[in-house]
Design a protein. Sequence first.
Length: 569
Amino acid sequence: MDYSKLVKTYEYLEKTSARLAKIDEIGKLLKGTDTENLPNIVLLLQGKVFPTWDNREIGIANLLMINIIHIATGYSKDEIKKKFNKIGDFGLIIEKMMEKKKQQTLFQKKLTIEKVFSNLQKLAGITGTGSQERKFSLVSELLSSAKPKEAKYIVRTVIGDLRIGVAAGVIRDSIAKAYLPKIEKKDAVKAVEWAWFLRPDYGEVALIAKENGMKGLKGVGLKLGEPYHVLLADRSPSLEDALNKFENCVLEYKYDGARIIIQRDGNRVWLFTRSLENITIQFPELVEWAKKALKPKKCIVEGEMLAIDKKTGKPMPFQMLSQRIKRKYDIEKIAKNIPIQVNLFDITYLDGKSLFKVLLRDRWELLKKSVRPIQKKLQLAKHIITKDLKIADSFYKEALAASQEGLIIKNMDAKYQPGRRVGYWLKVKPIMETLDLAIIGAIWGTGKRAGWMGSYILGCKDARTGKFLECGMIGTGIKEKSKEGVSFKDLTKLLKPLIIDEDNDRIEIKPKIVMEVAYEEIQKSVNYDSGYALRFPRVVRMRNLDKKIEQCDTINKLKHLYNIQKGKK
């Protein structure tokens, strides 16, 4: 299949903002795609060559891309760099440069989907000495046969910035439209989504829909060695509210860690995060614990993984665990410095059978029978069964005193619904008050945010010296369009006159703009000069009409909130 056919679809999608029009166009493309190319086309429409859960990355840095474009077009590296700093889109740059190309290539071969997909996948497997040269060769081979528009989308795919406005929901609906046209839309979409919850690869899901229709999609099951979308918890306004929601409920610690899915198939063990990341290599000790503690030869269990202070035995901030999740080298060394503990709370697969339709009370009994706990390493989550508010409140305070986030209240009579917040689990956490902080720096944006400041450095005030200290970076809560709220464009316009200094893409800004900021929690941090970092900060509103810069919250306020958020002394 010619790559040009996909490029025509790319062009249409980039120019069209209407969601239904995008679905119609993709649906037509999928319907006319042969079985062999279908999974690849679906991935390429998402700007990917691997499913979300696959850890492999193309790995082309900006400097290498500048060199590739330089060779492909004949333009100097300085010209390319200057243009990129201005417009932030390598795809657009190579398209324009190839249209004015100084040396035209004769007898260009037609690019096929198979060739583009194959070369891009090969990029991920190249490591070691000479890897940059080999990556350069694979991309250059494609560009030498590409027309300007084809080159634009090849480069954007390599960089991971396709810019055609196709989210997962559009792909889902397009598959339903292409292969289930006679089924009621709501039911068709639901069937496609169900298959995707269990097999998070729309390329594979599209193939199932094409070959086996509704029956195939409904029959999709879990596959050991691949992740799935887990059941998520909703937030409850209060503990009392949560207890009143369910006739029969169990209360568990809400641990301050990361959700972990442990899969076992005989002597093989896989570890996945809630975001589908394979972290098996990063936690070799957990792999060994799972082999000893999990009795069934085939099973999937879920739990929460914590970082543990090896001196005190107490939980460490999530940031420490995050260091281990991200680490790809010196695994044994960091494992000694940051030990872990896993607390199990659910089982979703046992001896070849999915347990999604089994009630939580029965899944819990199956979990207890399936686990031989290794105390303080791999054990069952701390929990109680009660409807008594006084007992529940005491358990809640106990969880906070143990430096955990709060409680999860679960409906014991509920089944397991992958991938959704359906009210079966409710989390109860202390509500942290918002902070008024100054914008003291920013990072120039790329992609859709090119030309704007794309993320902002927040500062709290040191009341003693009057200086502002870094305590986080924010992008969430800022809008693309002014009519929707505080926008990147508006903030960039406000902040440009306040620029003190620039170092590449990083900007220092005179503190003047005050933002009200919400956040998940406050953590200790060595990355910011305040010594603290906001976890998952988001903009609530701009406070310039009612807050002067002198009224910003201080470092002492952050310290105070940090100490009270989990009952710390």
